[in-house]
Ligand binder design. Structure first.
Ligand SMILES: [Zn+2]
Length: 282
């Protein structure tokens, strides 16, 4: 009996270790944790203007792979969360993934939001309207904040930001609001959509937000917009801009809707792009 308990304990320990370390990736002096919030499938009807031929070639079973990820980056001197998933109240599992990474919500110094769609900011506040991250400053692009709060008067965004009122920080594109984190103008999917060029030591990462929704078709056909794009002309231009940068400088891309682990190297290929490597933890 004692032996059984011991081996169960060991198994548990191994699993815990695996869960805590399996997905994290070391890039220079930062440790990156992909945090899976949700996964499933989406219909091809979300693609704008896809031909039957394109669908048959790139999405043969007619189902687009769909997932939501957030990324936690541990810098030597601070811990930053990029996006928050949907929120536990809507079935998002990001907080469980955070726990598996042995990170508590109070460890997080800053939350950077790529844009203000629910699957990215929904985890900021809990069902009772309280801040999920008790100490974190929340960063969003000024254009994005103004669009959702002043133009759209979006109640969900208002509620999510309410408990962070005195620690909400806005940035302009091209600025570096915190050392090692520069905002890249990738507007189009939403008016103020930001990607982040993250650097620590000799490590670099492009946190891409919604530059890719359905990589299986948008990498080979970067012109393919999705119904969620506010500006379906501009969104593909932003995709090409960021993916060109990733390919030319060989910087890994972390995509919020890319299949787990969601961190890829990108290469130019036949007028579009391809995944040239997956960056896995060990
Ligand atoms: Zn999204």
């Amino acid at each position: 009996m004692k032996q059984v308990i011991l081996s169960l304990a060991m198994l548990f320990l191994l699993m815990e270790t695996a869960a805590a370390h399996a997905a994290s990736v070391k890039l220079g002096s930062m440790q990156v944790f992909p945090l899976l919030d949700m996964q499933g499938e989406s219909p091809v009807s979300l693609l704008v203007g896809a031909t039957e031929e394109q669908i048959a070639r790139y999405v043969p079973d007619g189902k687009l792979k769909s997932q939501i990820l957030a990324f936690l980056v541990k810098f030597p001197d601070r811990t930053v969360l990029f996006d928050t998933g949907l929120g536990a109240a809507r079935g998002g599992k990001m907080m469980d993934a955070l726990k598996e990474a042995n990170v508590s919500p109070s460890d997080i110094d800053a939350v950077f939001l790529t844009h203000l769609h629910m699957d990215h900011f929904g985890g900021l506040a809990d069902a009772g309207g309280k801040a999920v991250f008790p100490r974190a400053e929340v960063y969003v692009s000024r254009v994005e904040r103004d669009w959702w709060l002043d133009e759209k008067k979006d109640e969900n965004v208002k509620k999510a930001f309410a408990p962070y009122e005195d620690r909400l920080r806005v940035f302009e594109f091209g600025e570096t609001p915190l050392p090692g984190i520069t905002a890249v103008d990738t507007s189009g999917h939403t008016p103020g959509h930001a990607a982040f060029h993250v650097k620590a030591g000799d490590g670099e990462l492009l946190v891409a937000g919604d530059i890719l929704h359905f990589a299986e078709i948008q990498l080979p056909l970067p012109q393919m917009a999705v119904k969620y794009d506010t500006d379906p002309e501009k969104a593909p231009q932003a995709r090409k801009y960021l993916l060109d940068m990733a390919a030319e400088k060989n910087i890994p891309v972390a995509g919020m809707h890319c299949p787990v682990p969601g961190i890829w190297r990108i290469a130019a290929s036949g007028g579009g792009y391809e995944k040239s490597g997956v960056i896995q933890g060990n």
